[in-house]
Design a protein around this ligand. Structure first.
Ligand code: GDP
Ligand code: MG
Length: 257
């Protein structure tokens, strides 16, 4: 029988400092303000964070807190983070059932500052699989491009978003954060070209290594291309488009190219 899931949830991914926590807070507030009476709630899955700009309805630090682990088990910051993911895994059924039972219509789920802890260890995949049984789940990946960065950085971000999609088994929507800092660049178009394997326009610039280009051509064939949306979490720019794209994903009724 077809199960109708009543909760939508977006997992927020991105490298350290890309703006995951800022996005979680601002996007969830935007949902609450614009879609009354939708209950949008923030979930914190970062066991290492000290201060949060939002009040999470579920906070993984109630189960395991990195600075406390460091003290208690005499571990360094990275060792404690790894240990924290093991503890979450040992308690995964409880964690998932608590999140599934939250009295919310929409969840915005913040993930660890150091993305690899979540994405490149078993935790991310297991959590995504389990949460999908009780909610409509998708992820956003925040690419982080500031003036002065090289185009290779954009390619690396585009590849990382694709790898995460394969790794986590959930659709990953590429967003380019911090667009308020750009100075007239069309970085989103460069990224879209990479996803579509259409690299002709940028190969002449001499800044891209052939290896990266070959990899991006190969990776672009894994899934249908998706547009890349510039946003600014700090300024609240692009949120309507994020909302629309996620709805297209969940109802599978739109054209995401
Ligand atoms: N200019 C600008 N800065 C941002 C934006 N989003 C986040 N930041 C800043 O980037 C830094 C890291 O943000 P944070 O949300 O903590 O990143 P996280 O490590 O991915 O959770 C902070 O100083 C934020 O204020 C944005 O859209 N524009
Ligand atoms: Mg954070």
């Amino acid at each position: 029988m077809l199960k109708v899931l009543s909760m939508d949830a977006v997992i927020v991914l991105g490298t350290a400092g890309s703006g995951k926590t800022t996005f979680t807070q601002r996007y969830s507030s935007w949902l609450r303000e614009n879609f009354v009476p939708v209950r949008s709630c923030e979930v914190n899955l970062d066991p290492g964070v000290i201060d949060l700009p939002y009040t999470p309805v579920y906070d993984i630090r109630d189960l395991v807190f990195v600075s406390e682990l460091m003290r208690r088990e005499g571990l360094g910051p990275n060792g404690a983070l790894v240990r924290a993911t093991e503890i979450v895994l040992e308690n995964i059924d409880d964690v998932v059932s608590r999140i599934c039972d939250l009295p919310c219509d929409y969840l915005v789920i913040d993930t660890p500052g150091q993305m690899e802890i979540f994405a490149f260890r078993p935790l991310g995949r297991i959590l995504c699989d389990s949460l999908s049984s009780c909610m409509n789940l998708a992820a956003v990946f925040l690419g982080d491009y500031e003036p002065g960065r090289e185009l290779e950085d954009v390619i690396s971000s585009a590849l990382l978003a694709k790898i995460l999609e394969l790794r986590l088994g959930t659709i990953v929507i590429p967003l380019l954060n911090k667009s308020d800092l750009w100075e007239g660049e069309s970085i989103d178009k460069v990224w879209e070209g990479i996803l579509k394997g259409e690299l002709g326009g940028i190969t002449g610039k001499g800044v891209l290594s052939e290896v990266l280009l070959e990899i991006s051509r190969a990776v672009s064939s894994f899934r249908s291309p998706i547009r890349v949306t510039p946003i600014s979490s700090r300024e609240g720019i692009g949120f309507q488009e994020v909302f629309d794209i996620l709805n297209e994903v969940w109802c599978s009724c739109g054209d995401m190219t």
